[in-house]
Design a protein. Structure first.
Length: 497
């Protein structure tokens, strides 16, 4: 079944129990103590090698710290200067650069993409209608990236143009401007556009016109520029479900605009100050008030509480409005958001695949703005190292015992959801432990026999294992319980045709 988690993000920020508005925290020392406690609890909950947190309140930096290590393989202490792969937090930087070029008369948001890149072509002729505005609001119709080719990184200056020329056999998902769908690929094409109109590479434009004027001296879109002493490694669960450094780092220059910003807490707080001050920092006008307004004003509602701006998203946090962007690539999770009305910004960075940066941002905002939330522990059942060790080394009956014992204990800091077991099973599939995965899914069926999705998961386990007849059997069982399951219908049809 493999229930996606990201769709729950907005619910956390908007609807989790902030309660009646309480008195806002004002003491910097008290806030520091609270965030220190949160950070330690989050590291323990997510088995997080390194965590970095920065907070601005009332336009002043009140918190900037690193916890843990940059890499489990080379455990240098992580600090506020340690550089993280920021993933999609890169995108607002791209949009900001484009608005600078609009101010200079070198770009127009409503000009066609092909005006800037005449060689850009797609299989679907509707691509000719794509504008720069469509790209920045994720309404271009360009399909998202299917393979980032992190294992085949490109480093040369020609990577951007080659990528922009690679869409000739790809069709649009929808006519430009008619729908909204997140597209990393569309943003990646902007590297070639910015290079064309500025006369320099995308990465150099960002360095000279964004990073240097703001004072972000350590930030770069080029991984080779990251000093070894500041580099933070990405981590994942290895084939035995133990936390380890990923063998492949998420970098490929063809995906620079969507993903490859490397930055740290120190620099990101300068970025925050610039935005909280309406585009100005250290008496330098990075963007005009008009551009600031254009970048941060909602343009398209997404239907889940968010609205798309230009490169940014915006969402309500109770009575306030947060402008934000999240980031997630293999082994890294990041989140940056600011609330203009409160002169407040929060940036959080973690270096493994389990950490949920948005959850910590929610907790910081909830505590600092509303003085709510007492328990910072958020461990999920399958994140516990004992659970992972049990499924890898012991009989499935021992996993069942752990589950039932945890249910009885009613530990408020230990979340227990059926989909935690489901996720555990898919982790095992990804690592080719098919028998163990099927056993976990069968346990789910035993514990929750009325949920058709878990029968579907058993089918997925057998299908991945290459046992076609058993996969068909369990997909049919899933449809007996939940005949409306279209995904199960599709998988069954594919196996029986």
């Amino acid at each position: 079944m493999n229930t996606p988690l990201f769709k729950k993000i907005w619910i956390l920020l908007v609807w989790l129990p902030l309660g009646v508005f309480s008195q806002e925290m004002t003491s910097p020392k008290a806030i520091e103590k609270v965030i220190d406690s949160m950070a330690q609890a989050q590291r323990a909950s997510f088995e997080l090698p390194g965590l970095a947190v920065g907070v601005i309140k009332d336009n002043q930096v009140i918190y900037a710290k690193g916890f843990g290590v940059q890499s489990l393989a080379d455990p240098k202490p992580l600090t506020k200067y340690s550089l993280y792969h920021m993933a999609s937090v890169s995108k607002p930087f791209v949009a900001t650069a484009i608005m600078q070029l609009v101010e200079k008369g070198k770009m127009d948001l409503d000009k066609k993409l092909t005006h800037y890149l005449p060689y850009f072509k797609m299989k679907d002729s509707r691509y000719k209608a794509i504008t720069i505005r469509h790209v920045l609001t994720h309404t271009s119709g360009i399909p998202d990236v299917k393979d980032y080719e992190w294992d085949k990184p490109q480093y040369d200056d020609g990577a951007a143009e080659r990528y922009a020329r690679s869409f000739g056999n790809i069709s649009l998902d929808f006519a430009p401007g008619t729908k909204q769908n997140y597209s990393n690929a569309a943003f990646d094409i902007m590297a070639a556009v910015i290079a064309k109109v500025s006369g320099t590479t995308f990465e150099n434009y960002m360095k000279q016109n964004i990073f240097k004027p703001i004072g972000m001296v350590n930030s770069t879109f080029l991984k080779p520029e990251v000093p070894k002493k500041l580099a933070t490694a990405s981590h994942e669960l290895d084939k035995n479900l133990k936390m380890a450094v990923r063998p492949v780092y998420p970098y490929n220059r063809r995906h620079a605009p969507s993903s490859t910003l490397h930055s740290n807490i120190h620099d990101m707080l300068l970025w925050a100050k610039m935005y909280l001050n309406g585009g100005v920092i250290n008496n330098k006008q990075i963007i005009s008030p008009k551009s600031y307004k254009a970048l941060t004003t909602p343009k398209v509602a997404t239907g889940n509480g968010d609205s798309v701006c230009l490169g940014w998203f915006t969402m309500p946090v109770r009575k306030y409005r947060m402008v934000r962007h999240s980031g997630g690539d293999p082994g890294f999770t990041t989140y940056f958001g600011f609330i203009p009305e409160k002169g407040m910004a929060v940036v959080v960075m973690g270096n493994n695949e389990l950490f949920k940066a948005y959850n910590m941002v929610y907790m910081i905002l909830t505590k600092v703005l509303f003085n709510k939330i007492k328990d910072y522990r958020v461990k999920r059942f399958h994140y516990d190292s004992k659970v992972r060790q049990t499924v890898m080394t012991k009989d499935i009956s021992q996993l069942k015992k752990l589950w039932l014992d945890a249910k009885k204990s009613k530990n408020p800091g230990f979340a227990m959801k059926d989909w935690h077991l489901d996720d555990l099973g898919y982790w095992l599939i990804d690592r080719k432990h098919y028998q163990k995965a099927v056993n976990v899914f069968l346990l789910l069926v035993e514990l929750f026999p009325k949920e058709g999705g878990w029968y579907d998961s058993v089918g997925d386990g057998y299908r991945a294992w290459g046992k076609k007849a058993l996969a068909i059997k369990w997909y049919k069982k899933s449809l007996e319980i939940a005949p409306e399951r279209k995904d199960t219908q599709r998988k069954l049809k594919a196996l029986t045709k």
